[in-house]
Write a protein that binds this ligand. Structure first.
Ligand code: PLP
Length: 345
């Protein structure tokens, strides 16, 4: 096998969903947008359905196509971007539930698909998606009379528990929804961890299912290792890779492995990341190229067949920190040409 091997542990995803579900007294959905944060939405959703999840969320209607095929007609598939122009057929044919974000979307939905299920997304301060306080005040009565499946909003700073934005958005959400009979939802992964005030009737975790921060107790879900293509001796003073960016200061052994920025190994990790052979760290040296990485394996006792980038030694968030990004981006950029092995139910 010439490509990196990405191992996805569905039992860990299920364990994370259960652990997040156990932290609340309400229902727990599963966010599987962006192909299940890069890990395979259909596989993830099927495993979570078996575990008891009945509500799923995607970003856009198109993402629901493989999901509906995998899940069959029953589970609810909700769409964060709501009912956009051109979505009507998909929403109808796949029985999707759009989270309507504006009066325009509300009008479009009621005209195009009268009687078709929908939810409402409210903006409580993030200024990204959803109706604002005044807009909502104007249409709330009319919308609520059509029995929305959900009224939801999204927190901007829930990964920072002490951020004043959290109680501010909570207060706005309550102002906009107290007293309604429709089910309510405010919390994603971070919001679940903020405590019961934020839980309402349904939570919508994404990253926590996939083993990422801020869910510190998450079970790791992915492992990623790369095959070694060749190993060479490099004399003191010789250079390695594009731009000659690394120079040997001792007689060295350099392994070239099959993986690069085309596989989601960010170029900013050049001369920075660490791969592992068992528990022995092996520094990535020189530049990350499109398909190849060069690794200093001088200190290994034997010549390695494979080197590990994500695993028990180093998780998604460790790597994200080195790349100055977040676990969400590491996961969703994982490449399409990996040999993907999905374990579990
Ligand atoms: C992505 C998203 C979620 C899931 O967020 P996580 O931080 O991954 O748990 C929930 N709700 C909305 C509106 C989202 O966009």
């Amino acid at each position: 096998m010439g490509t990196g091997r990405l191992t996805i542990d569905l039992d860990a995803v299920v364990a994370n969903w259960r652990a997040l579900d156990d932290r609340t007294a309400c229902k727990t959905a599963a966010v599987v947008k962006a192909n299940g944060y890069g890990l395979g939405a259909a596989n993830v959703a099927k495993a979570l359905f078996k575990a008891g999840a009945r509500k799923f969320f995607v970003a856009v209607a198109e993402e629901a196509v493989p999901l509906r095929e995998a899940l069959g007609p029953k589970p609810q598939i909700n769409v964060f971007s709501g009912h956009m122009k051109g979505d009507t057929e998909l929403i109808r044919d796949l029985n999707l539930t759009p989270m309507l974000n504006s009066v325009d979307q509300l009008t479009l939905h009621f005209e195009a698909l009268p009687g078709h299920p929908f939810g409402i997304q409210l903006d409580t301060g993030m200024n990204r998606l959803g109706m604002e306080m005044q807009e909502w005040a104007a249409v709330a009565e009319l919308a609520l009379a059509q029995n929305p499946t959900l009224v939801m909003s999204h927190l901007a700073c829930s990964d920072e528990p002490d951020h004043p934005m959290n109680p501010h958005q909570l207060e706005n959400f309550k102002k906009m929804t107290d007293g309604i009979s429709a089910p309510r939802s405010l919390a994603a992964t971070g919001g679940i961890l903020l405590g019961p005030d934020y839980h309402f009737d349904l939570t919508r975790p994404g990253i926590g299912l996939y083993g990422g921060a801020p869910f510190a107790d998450a079970n790791p879900v992915v492992e990623l290792d790369f095959p070694v293509v060749q190993v060479r001796e490099v004399a003191t003073g010789e250079v390695v890779g594009y731009g000659n960016s690394w120079q040997a200061t001792r007689p060295s052994k350099v392994a070239t492995v099959s993986g690069g920025y085309a596989d989601g190994i960010f170029r900013i990790l050049s001369d920075k990341a660490t791969l592992f052979h068992g528990n022995t760290p092996c520094p990535l040296i020189g530049r990350v190229s499109m398909d190849l990485l060069t690794i200093d394996v001088t200190d290994l006792a034997q010549t390695p067949d494979r080197l590990t980038l994500l695993g028990p030694q180093q998780g998604v968030d460790d790597l994200a920190q080195q790349a100055k990004t977040i676990g969400y981006e590491v996961l969703t950029q994982l490449g399409a040409r990996y040999n993907r092995r999905t374990y579990g139910k």
